[in-house]
Every structure is written in C-alpha cells, then in structure tokens.
Design a protein around this ligand. Structure first.
Ligand SMILES: [Mg+2]
Ligand SMILES: [Zn+2]
Length: 166
C-alpha cells in the first residue's frame, strides 16, 4: 500500500452529492456519495493527510452565507465521522470569478496547503475531483489527479488506484 503525502479532494460531486443549479447551503442538503466516507477512511488509515479544496463562489455573491457554509461543513464532518472518516483540513475559495489566485482552476488552495505542510512532496500528492478545473491545477503542480467520470467512476475507485500506487 502506498499512501500519498496529501490527498486533495474536491467536495461537491466528489464527497457529497452536488446540488445542480444551487449551493449546498443547508445541512439537510448534505448527502454523501456512495462509498465516499469509506474511501476517505481508507486514506486516513493509510496515513495520508486528507484535505478538501472547494470553490464556494456563493460566499462572494451573497447566495451563500458564511454561517450556512459552516453548518454544512459541520454536517459533512459529522456524517463522515459516523463512518469513521475525517478530514485533516478544509480549504475554501470564497471569491468570485477572476478575483483571486485560489478559485480552481487556479492553484492557490493547493499552494497554500503545500506551504503549510513543507514536508509534503507535490509529486507524492494526489487530487480527486469531478471537474476539469479540479484536476488541472493539481497536474500543473506535478500531482497525479483523477477526474471522476473520466479517469475513474467515483472516489472509491480513485482511492483504489491511489493506494495501489497507480
Ligand atoms: Mg465538484
Ligand atoms: Zn479565491
């Protein structure tokens, strides 16, 4: 088993069900995708640091309040904990388009984490997400990245590949 230094994970559409046409802004809207919690628990057990990197543009436009975002985050953490999984950090871009260096596909969320964890080697980090904008910044930094629906069907399959060193 080969554990990555850091496993970066997108949130909506990767860990939990993406809400089409809206933001996940209510704890009741947080629904884990099948197998996602177990997959994260496997990364935890392998010794990988697990970090969520998520764009939440609604925080900039006012369609998503910070308090609602925090409630959603707490619910996500609780649902994962119920299945023995945890996140080591959550990095969020709360900005609108073209206003920052962290909204994916920019790589600021990844860079900030690498600065905070100087032991982590980018080539030993991985990213899993459901959009081209998730995998592009990771690949640009030399990471292996898995796009759901393209490279693998879901997070569980990505973690199979990651822990097999593929
Ligand atoms: Mg997504
Ligand atoms: Zn940003």
């Amino acid at each position: 088993m080969t554990a990555p230094d850091i496993a970066f994970l997108d949130r909506d559409g990767t860990i939990n069900v993406r809400r089409v046409g809206g933001y996940v802004d209510d704890p009741a809207d947080v629904e884990l995708l099948p197998g996602a919690a177990a997959a994260i628990a496997r990364l935890n057990a392998a010794g990988a640091r697990v970090v969520v990197v998520t764009n939440q543009r609604g925080l900039a436009t006012g369609r998503l309040e910070w308090a609602a975002y925090e409630r959603v985050t707490a619910q996500l953490v609780d649902l994962l904990a119920a299945e023995g999984a945890h996140l080591d950090a959550i990095r969020v871009c709360p900005h609108d388009h073209d206003q920052c260096v962290c909204r994916k596909p920019a790589d600021g969320l990844f860079r900030d984490e690498l600065v905070a964890q100087p032991w982590a080697r980018p080539q030993w980090c991985v990213m899993v997400g459901d959009m081209p904008s998730d995998v592009a910044p990771a690949r640009g930094l030399g990471m292996t990245a898995y796009e759901l629906g393209v490279d693998v069907p879901d997070l569980a399959a990505a973690v199979d590949r990651i822990l097999a060193g593929q």
